[in-house]
Ligand binder design. Structure first.
Ligand code: ATP
Ligand code: LTN
Length: 333
């Protein structure tokens, strides 16, 4: 707890341009949580280097992500938005927690298996201990809740195990976090292969809508979206492409699936795709404008980065000192 509020922690990697999936599945839902929770949202750049990065590109992407957090509506006065690398406690706690995590546990992590298959030439120890750093992120702020997608639940479960193990040895040190499953999180699928999720690391740019795409690009990508030959706008298992477009339209407009099916009853896919494209473009336009405006204001963004890193440093140090004392490190004179 911070004051009378529960603590919420989440983070995103700056490893690509954010997609509509990231926005509808995560960012959009984060915006209204600050009244209820003390929120920390990190740009997890320490995690990013588990995969080889171009330094200049990583720096730009990390800054763009932080700017996008604000453009999407996260008020930096109410939410702590910061770079993980600016708060040294993340790496320090991760080291300690590494000594309380078993190889067997990490071996079972599906993300490690997937990523090491994908980056077979660079299976580094950081990729293996990635979930321990994630546990450190969360436990450092004594987070009560962590909003994440389903793909991260296994890491959160490990975080809980590590926290409980540590607490059982040293007493009540860490809050054991719960996953935060807000309103049924939309899972947005690829526009080119609706059996795969829309992902920022997809090699085909037509598969994803990027938050920075302009109106024409968005409409063009929706026109090209893979559908079927049924010809009816209906949410069904046989029509995964159309179902995905319905989900997107529903998430953007708040309309129910039934309302949408009714709205497009008797209309062709062309009309429907155009409507979805225009709706998404309208949704992203103000976000884009705000992003461009904010990007020009270097001083403002720099100020936020400094101020919020200090806030994160303050809370994280409290936990870190407690942990260091518990495990037996000498107290600082
Ligand atoms: P990568 O392609 O690099 O693995 P990603 O696009 O899958 O990245 P993450 O950085 O893993 O995105 O996730 C950031 C957040 O966005 C997570 O909370 C995740 O659950 C959510 N998210 C990612 N993709 C989607 C999607 N297609 N639909 C809904 N939510 C998503
Ligand atoms: N592993 C997460 C990003 C992440 C995270 C966190 C999410 C790193 N640390 C702490 C929630 C809490 C991902 O790849 N989406």
């Amino acid at each position: 707890m911070i004051g009378d509020k529960k603590v919420l922690f989440s983070g995103m990697q700056a490893t690509g341009s954010l997609t509509l999936g990231n926005y509808l599945g995560a960012l959009q839902n984060w915006v209204n949580l600050a009244d209820e929770y003390e929120c920390f949202y990190s740009v997890v750049d320490l995690h990013s280097i588990t995969v080889r990065q171009d330094p200049a590109e990583l720096r730009t992407k990390a800054r763009n992500l932080l700017t996008l957090y604000i453009a999407a509506g996260l008020d930096p006065k109410k939410n702590c938005l910061y770079y993980q690398s600016h708060v040294s406690g993340h790496a320090e706690l991760a080291w300690i927690l590494n000594c309380f995590t078993y190889m067997g546990e990490l071996n079972r992590m599906t993300q490690f298996k997937d990523k090491s298959a994908k980056h077979a030439d660079n299976i580094n120890a950081g990729l293996f201990t990635y979930p321990v750093l994630m546990a450190a992120d969360i436990l450092l702020y004594q987070a009560d809740v962590v909003p994440v997608g389903k793909d991260q639940l296994q890491h959160l479960e490990l975080t809980r195990d590590i926290a409980q193990r540590f607490n059982s040895i040293y007493g009540d040190v860490f809050t054991v976090p719960e996953p935060y499953l807000g309103k049924a999180g939309a899972k947005i699928m690829s526009l080119q292969d609706p059996s795969k999720k829309m992902s920022k690391s997809d090699e085909n740019p037509n598969a994803s809508i990027y938050l920075t795409d302009d109106t024409d690009t968005i409409i063009r990508k929706f026109k090209r979206a893979v559908t079927d030959s049924v010809g009816v706008v209906k949410h069904s298992e046989e029509q995964p492409g159309i179902s995905n477009l319905i989900d997107i339209y529903s998430a953007c407009t708040g309309k129910s699936v039934e309302e949408i099916e009714k709205e497009f009853d008797g209309k062709g896919y062309g009309d429907f795709k155009l409507a979805v494209g225009e709706t998404v473009a309208d949704l992203l336009k103000p976000l884009n404008e705000r992003f461009n405006e904010l990007s020009k204001d270097k001083e403002y963004i720099d100020g936020i980065i400094k101020e919020n890193a200090e806030k994160a440093q303050y809370y994280s140090t409290k936990t870190l000192r407690k942990v260091q004392k518990k495990v037996g490190f000498p107290v600082r004179p």
